[in-house]
Structure formats: C-alpha cells, structure tokens
Design a protein around this ligand. Structure first.
Ligand SMILES: [Zn+2]
Length: 444
C-alpha cells in the first residue's frame, strides 16, 4: 500500500525534520518513505510520481507522530468508574480483585476492544498492556491494527509466580514480532511488593534468555516504599537492582517515591520510566519527581494506567498534565516545557518501551501518525505551534489515525472496530458480573 499525505502542517520539534511548515509525506510498506516540503521542486512532482493507492488531503491538518500510551491495562477498561474515590487498598481489595477473579478471556477481549477503540479515536497508535488472559489482548491488538507491547502480569502470591512466569514466557515466544512487527512482548513482574526476590531473579534470567524487556510497576506509593524498606532495608528500585531486574532492558511505571540515590541508580542502569500523572493523582499516590528524572538524563514516557484508575485512556490529557503538574508543584513555569511533554507522549514513550523507529515522522521510521484538525476556535490564533498542541489541543481534534501505514480511524469512524457491538458486549458483560443492573443503566 502506497499512501501520499499531501500538504499537511509540519511541527519539526515533534520529531519531524525541519523541511518546512507544509509537507508531503509518502508512505510505503508500513514505513515513511519521505517527508519533504510541499512546495519543493521534488514535491511538486510527487502527485505524478505514483501510482499512489491513495492520496490524503492534508490541508488544514497538522501531522504528528502517533501518541504512545506506555502503561495501561486494557482488560480493566470494563471497570472504568467502578470504585472511584476510594482508598487504594479498599479499591483493590473490595472492588478490583473480586471482579478481576471472575473475568473470562471473552470479557478481556471486549474490554480490550473498548480500550483500543477509545485510544485510536484519541490518536494513540501504540500501547503497552500488562494483564492476564493475554491471548485475548493479543487477539484484540492483532485485529484492530494498533501497535502493542504486551506482557502477562506475574504476581508471586501463594506460589503463583512460576506458573505466571511460564505463561509470560510462552506469550513472548509465540507473539514477539507478530503482525508485521506490530506486536512486541515483555515480561511483566507486577511490582516489588507482589514478587519475591526468587521470582524476580528468574524473571531477569528468562528476559535475558528470550531477549525481551521487563515491564514492572515500581515505587508507586509511599506504603510500597515503607513495606519494601521494612522487609529488605532497601528502596523498591534498590530491591529490583539486587535481584537482577535492572540488568536487562527495563521499563518501570510510576516511580513516584524515589530517593536521590534511586535517580542516579536508574540513570546508571538506563531504566526507562513511565510517568502516569492522572492515575497517581486519582489514587492519591503522589507526584513523580519528573524534572529531576529529566535532569538526570532518564528517558520518560507517559501512561494512562488503567481506565479504572484514570478514568480516560487519553494521552493528550497525560501530556498536558505532565506539562502543568510539575510547574505547579515546583513553582517553576519552566519545568517540563511543552516540547518535552510532546516528546514524552511520542518517541520518548516508544523509546521507553524499547521500540525501534517508532514515534517520529522520519524516512525509514514506522508510519504511525495522526492528522489533527486545527480549525477549532480553541486552536486560534497560531502564535506558538507546540504550545497550542500541548495546552489547547485535545483528543477530539484527531481526524485520522494511521498505524504501520494503515488507516484505522478517519473522520469519526473506527475502521477496524464495530463500536456499537463493543458497547453492547461491554454492557452485557458488566451486567453478568453484577456491575450494572440487569436492565442496564437506562432501565426503568
Ligand atoms: Zn499499572
């Protein structure tokens, strides 16, 4: 498939080359073939240089790399809004865990479709999922066309760790690089407080052997840091280092409660961090020291975490939150500038997931891109192109989404997902689980 996007607006700071403010983008075999100034002599002939299977009019649209949601749990989307505003342990023990025990692979599949549909409509082209019944998530990712880094969560509770690790390793063996490379895998030990040192050491060995990264939650809450200190006399990150987890490529979500020493340890071990500002705020976990991480040279991506703790799978919101939050808490309007937040939402997120050539509009890179309608009044006037994306733009402005050179969403329509069917299935399943009354939310 050869596609030409003609005369779109360009934003060099967002990972595009400095070739002009209006560009033509050629796409072939899932990759970006060229991106060049619309008015250049070369470009003038591009229309004739086909055959193009399709020419997309880019006028009035801003081309950006697709957004990366680098930490989420697709299967929990069905639990959106089930248990808002509760303390973390009450939320987990009384709301999440009892329902999660009852979720079937089919529930996870429809939940994942709900999540992926929402994300695609908001310009998210890559997601990282950690959950269970992962065969259902794989199926959803393969069918919908999104790029996904998938890991089966491993918890070492009551001896479940080894079985989890076996399943997790099988997922990697079977699916790593599937669907033209769109599907990548990782090992997902849940967290330092749910995994024993023994299981973490085994996970690190298996990750090295399979040559896949590790995706883990770390230092999410003050309670976790206290529990690990009481048990091992270490910080959560030190505990992970003690057990070999930081010796392989690793992605650590949250990292809210880091000591000074942890930031240098993370820098030394090249730990990739996923900042999940909304989830951390909603669960009252705190605010990650992102400006310090960036100053130490760490790669920081953005994640929504699950729809149960956010409740949106909206990377525009996380980007804006990341740009605003640290200015407020540090009383410093220069903290996490808009351009940096946009990078975190795109190629830094991809880098944090150990993906290659994802997140920039450059020749040879994956054709994962979005077109954004900037006609809305909230985009006017155009003084500061990056600032208006981060501070004024929103997910509803996304008009086209392409992953691996394939258009998945255009002008309000999801092309690989039956929205009505997803709505119906999710409601039916929520009723079966007792989360909704049997006659539905709008019943008598
Ligand atoms: Zn999470």
């Amino acid at each position: 498939m050869r596609i030409l996007i003609s005369n779109a607006m360009n934003l060099p700071a967002a990972g595009s080359p400095t070739v002009g403010s209006r560009v033509d983008i050629g796409i072939e075999d899932g990759k970006i073939l060229f991106i060049e100034e619309h008015t250049s002599p070369d470009a003038a002939n591009r229309l004739q240089q086909g055959p193009w299977d399709r020419i997309i009019a880019g006028r009035g649209r801003l081309a950006l790399p697709g957004l990366v949601n680098a930490h989420t749990h697709l299967g929990m989307t069905m639990l959106r809004g089930y248990g808002d505003d509760l303390p973390l342990m009450v939320w987990l023990q009384e709301r999440m865990w009892p329902v999660e025990d009852q979720l079937s692979p089919e529930d996870i599949y429809w939940s994942a479709l709900l999540a992926i549909g929402e994300m695609l409509k908001g310009g998210v082209t890559t997601c990282a999922d950690m959950y269970f019944h992962m065969e259902a998530a794989v199926q959803a990712a393969v069918e919908t066309g999104i790029r996904a880094s998938l890991s089966r969560g491993i918890q070492d509770i009551g001896g479940s760790g080894l079985r989890g690790l076996e399943e997790a390793a099988a997922l990697c063996r079977e699916w790593q690089g599937a669907a033209d490379g769109r599907i990548t895998t990782a090992l997902g030990p849940h967290a330092p407080y749910t995994c024993s040192p023994g299981i973490l050491q085994r996970v690190a060995d298996v990750a090295a052997r399979l040559d896949v990264p590790i995706h883990i939650h770390a230092a999410e809450t003050r309670d976790e840091a206290a529990e690990i200190a009481a048990k091992y006399g270490r910080t959560p990150l030190e505990m992970l280092a003690d057990n070999g987890i930081l010796d392989v490529p690793v992605t650590a979500a949250h990292c809210v409660h880091l000591e000074e020493g942890d930031i240098s340890l993370a820098a030394e071990k090249n730990v990739k961090i996923i900042h999940c500002p909304t989830s951390n705020l909603k669960l009252g976990s705190g605010i990650a020291p992102v400006p310090k991480m960036l100053a130490a040279g760490l790669t920081v991506g953005l994640g929504t975490d699950s729809a149960a703790s956010n409740n949106r799978l909206d990377v525009w919101q996380e980007m804006r939150m990341a740009a605003l939050l640290h200015k407020g808490t540090n009383e410093d309007p220069t903290a996490v500038p808009a351009g940096r937040a946009l990078q975190m939402a795109t190629y830094l997120g991809a880098e944090a997931l150990h993906l290659e050539r994802v997140g920039k509009l450059l020749p040879g890179w994956k054709a994962d891109l979005i077109l954004v309608d900037t006609d809305g009044l909230h985009w006017q006037p155009d003084y500061e192109p990056i600032g208006r994306v981060v501070y004024a733009g929103e997910r509803g402005d996304v008009s086209l989404v392409m992953v691996n050179g394939r258009v998945l969403y255009e002008n309000g329509n999801l092309l690989t997902i039956d929205e009505e069917l997803v709505r119906h299935q999710v409601e039916k399943r929520a009723q079966r689980l007792g989360l909704l009354p049997a006659d539905g939310p709008n019943g008598p």
